[in-house]
Ligand binder design. Structure first.
Ligand code: CMP
Length: 167
């Protein structure tokens, strides 16, 4: 999505290019009552929530989501974990949304994730590591399409953030 910041008369003053990323909160974050706390970090950063839902991930969806890890020793444990209870799936939009989300999330292993990151603050172990965020624009497109149709993604903007944040 491109965002037009504002117009002076007919002149377009600035244009911000944005991208979309896929993020989901793993079962332990829902069970521990952390949805609001974690979602607010993305909101406060200034990313725009374009779609979200609480759902029970199926075995098929989990295997497709993590297909790149299918040969890894932790694959079955990972699939079992993310299908063990509801997850909260989201699509976030913004400038450099993929890397911005990854930085908010922190290192994969919570034992070394920096304090201030979501995993650094809310997780201890690598399988239940609180949250997943796509590692590239291509993977984000593939991953979000497993859970959302195009029609489920909203298209809107926040005038205040356009004026004061997206420069
Ligand atoms: P996530 O960001 O969801 O992407 C793949 C997941 O595999 C990762 O977070 C971890 O939860 C899980 N995982 C389990 N063991 C490992 C490991 N040794 N290395 C990387 N990821 C692992």
């Amino acid at each position: 999505m491109d965002i037009v910041l504002w117009k002076e008369g007919t002149r377009q003053v600035s244009l911000v290019k944005t991208e979309q990323t896929f993020v989901f909160l793993k079962p332990e974050s829902i069970m521990r009552g952390l949805i609001g706390e974690i979602v607010s970090r993305f909101e406060q950063k200034g990313l725009l929530l374009v779609a979200a839902k609480l759902l029970q991930m199926s075995d098929k969806q989990a295997r497709e989501l993590y297909a790149m890890h299918s040969s890894k020793p932790f694959f079955q444990e990972l699939v079992s974990h993310v299908t063990s209870a509801p997850v909260f799936v989201m699509v976030w939009d913004g400038p450099n949304a993929v890397s911005v989300a990854r930085n908010l999330v922190g290192a994969t292993n919570p034992a070394v994730a920096a304090p201030g990151t979501i995993r650094g603050d809310f997780a201890l172990n690598i399988t239940p590591n609180a949250i997943h965020a796509s590692d590239s624009i291509e993977n984000a497109k593939r991953e979000l399409s497993i859970f959302f149709s195009e029609a489920e993604k909203t298209s809107y903007s926040k005038p205040t953030e356009q004026r004061y944040l997206l420069k």
